[in-house]
Ligand binder design. Structure first.
Ligand SMILES: Cc1cc2nc3c(=O)[nH]c(=O)nc-3n(C[C@H](O)[C@H](O)[C@H](O)COP(=O)(O)O)c2cc1C
Length: 195
C-alpha cells in the first residue's frame, strides 16, 4: 500500500453529516477501490487555521513553513491527484478552503523560482454542491479556483457541479448523487493510474 499512488482530498464543509461529506465518502471509497490511496483532510475537523499571516509570507522564499503547511506540501509532492470537495457559498468556495489555498500553495513550492509542484503533473478534481439548478453560470463558482490551479501548473482540472442540493433531498436523489460521486472517483482513479 505504501507504494501505491495517492491523491490528496480536501473537504471544506463544517457539518460531518452533510451531503457534501457523503459525496466525499463515496468518492474516497471509489478512489480506494480504484487503487488510489486517498489522503483525506477534513479542514474543519482538523481545525485548519485559514489566516495567512505576514510572518508566514516572509518565510516563503527560505521555506520557513509551519509544520502543518509543510505536511500538506509533502503529501502534494508525492501525490498524483488533488481533489477539492466543497459547497458553493456566495458564488465561491468556503473561506476555510480559500485560506488553505493561500497558505499551502506558497511561492517557491507551487509557483515562482524553483517551484517543485508544476513539474509533478498533478491532476485535479473539483466536486461542488450548490443549491441552485445547473446553469450556464456554473463556471462562476469555479473560474477563480481553476485559474489559481492553472497558475500553479495544474492544468488538468476536472469539474463536477451538483446542483439542486438541499438538506431535505429524497432518498432517490441522494442515492443518485452518491452513485455519481462514486463514479467520479472510479474515473479519477483511472485517470491517475494512466499517469
Ligand atoms: C452561506 C451560504 C451561501 C450559499 N450560497 C450559495 C450560492 O451562491 N449559490 C448556490 O447555488 N447555493 C448557495 N448556497 C447553498 C449551498 O451551496 C447548498 O446548500 C449546499 O451545497 C448543500 O450541500 P450540503 O447539504 O452538503 O451543505 C449557500 C449556502 C450557504 C450556507
Amino acid at each position: 500500500m505504501q507504494d501505491s499512488k495517492s491523491a490528496v482530498v480536501i473537504i471544506a464543509h463544517p457539518k460531518p453529516g452533510s451531503i457534501t461529506h457523503s459525496i466525499a465518502d463515496a468518492f474516497c471509497s471509489a478512489l480506494q477501490k480504484g487503487g488510489i490511496r486517498p489522503l483525506i483532510h477534513d479542514l474543519y475537523l482538523e481545525r485548519f487555521n485559514p489566516v495567512l499571516e505576514g510572518s508566514e509570507i516572509e518565510g516563503w522564499p527560505e521555506n520557513r513553513l509551519s509544520k502543518e503547511v509543510a505536511t500538506y506540501q509533502a503529501e502534494l509532492r508525492n501525490a498524483c491527484g488533488l481533489t477539492l470537495i466543497f459547497p458553493v457559498w456566495w458564488n465561491t468556495y468556503p473561506a476555510i478552503l480559500s485560506g488553505w489555498l493561500q497558505r499551502v500553495l506558497t511561492e517557491g513550492f507551487a509557483f515562482g523560482e524553483g517551484a517543485t509542484l508544476p513539474g509533478l503533473k498533478l491532476r485535479a478534481q473539483l466536486l461542488l454542491t450548490c443549491g441552485s439548478s445547473h446553469s450556464e453560470k456554473d463556471h462562476i463558482y469555479t473560474d477563480s479556483i481553476v485559474s489559481s490551479l492553472h497558475y500553479c501548473g495544474i492544468s488538468d482540472v476536472d469539474i463536477q457541479v451538483k446542483g439542486d442540493v438541499h438538506e431535505n433531498l429524497n432518498a432517490e436523489r441522494r442515492k443518485s448523487l452518491m452513485e455519481k460521486a462514486y463514479g467520479a472517483g472510479i474515473q479519477f482513479a483511472e485517470n491517475l493510474k494512466q499517469g
